[in-house]
Design a protein. Structure first.
Length: 317
């Protein structure tokens, strides 16, 4: 479906208006369409209908990732060449912005709740407890030994089924990309697998009835995009200030429900995820080349000429 609307672009202190075409539900299918869609069965997932006008409650699902603490030196498994995740995990900072935005949307709606969805080894919940302490109501954690080695598409399959398990979602928020993976493809793959519209790089979200109005960040400013709910929206880091968990919130988080499930609980064949289902393989890991020392030009009164000659030699000017 194509919708033409006026768009205001704000950048560098001035405002201009122009008309552009916003694609809200007709998307170019990514490569992940070759996945066995019958196992996801997005059509079987029924959301509640949203009446026109104000939404009485706002139920938001936020996909969060628990990662090794960046403050501790990470290490790679010599056999799999992947990051070791056998220690304590923390909430990825990039996901805290999505949690904060979800909480603000629920507050603005006057009701509803925020549900977390995550995938982590060893039934690790430390990072989830942080987001629960911020104000999320409950969480779903998928943990299974067969998930080791899962690639981006496999992750999207698992998260899509976990979101289906939650049900009754008006909006699904994610980070743009994780701090330890940087693929940046999982949000769009989730939307494709669930046949939902997708908006990326959101810096601001507002809800008007059954429509999400998103300011989508660009290099020049932002685009104003609308799409019907439910939808998958990825949130840009730094656009909101995540709240610090209060002592009361930390204590309350200890008793909030975390639904720990396995692949079997989600009806996912273990052969379609993990190392068995991965479509990528890490062949080699090597140390990055050391950065070479730069050229130092001393100011002897003619340094400007030397700089010009140096830039000309590099064909920069």
């Amino acid at each position: 479906m194509l919708r033409r609307r006026a768009v205001t672009r704000v950048a560098r202190g001035f405002t201009t208006s122009r008309t552009r075409t916003a694609r809200v539900s007709q998307r170019r299918r990514p490569e992940c369409t070759s996945a066995p869609r019958a196992q996801i069965r997005p059509r079987d997932f029924c959301y509640r209908r949203v009446a026109r006008g104000r939404i009485p409650v706002m139920n938001v699902v936020v996909c969060v990732k628990q990662i090794p603490d960046p403050a501790d030196p990470g290490s790679l498994d010599p056999e799999t060449k992947t990051l070791k995740r056998d220690g304590k995990l923390i909430l990825d900072e990039s996901d805290s912005y999505g949690v904060e935005m979800a909480l603000q949307l629920v507050d603005a709606a006057g009701g509803g709740e925020v549900t977390l969805v995550s995938m982590a080894p060893n039934n690790e919940v430390s990072g989830l407890r942080t987001a629960l302490a911020m104000g999320a109501a409950k969480a779903v954690l998928v943990s299974d030994d067969a998930l080791a080695g899962t690639d981006a598409l496999g992750t999207a399959k698992v998260l899509a089924k976990a979101i289906e398990r939650v049900g009754d979602a008006d909006l699904i928020l994610t980070a743009t990309e994780s701090s330890d993976g940087y693929t940046g493809t999982v949000p769009e793959q989730i939307a494709e697998l669930m046949s939902l519209p997708s908006v990326t790089f959101a810096k601001e979200i507002s809800i008007d009835g059954g429509t999400a109005k998103v300011q989508r960040q660009t290099e020049a400013g932002y685009d104003e995009v609308e799409c019907p709910l439910p939808a998958v929206v990825s949130v840009t880091a730094g656009v909101v200030e995540p709240r610090y968990p209060s002592f009361k919130g930390i204590m309350a988080a200890k008793s909030k429900p975390v639904d720990e499930v396995t692949l079997a609980d989600l009806g996912i064949d273990a052969g379609t995820v993990g190392w068995a289902g991965a479509r990528q393989e890490i062949i080699e890991v090597s140390a990055a080349e050391e950065r070479q020392a730069g050229t130092i030009i001393e100011d002897d009164g003619e340094s400007h000429g030397k700089i010009v000659d140096f830039l000309a030699e590099l064909k920069i000017i």
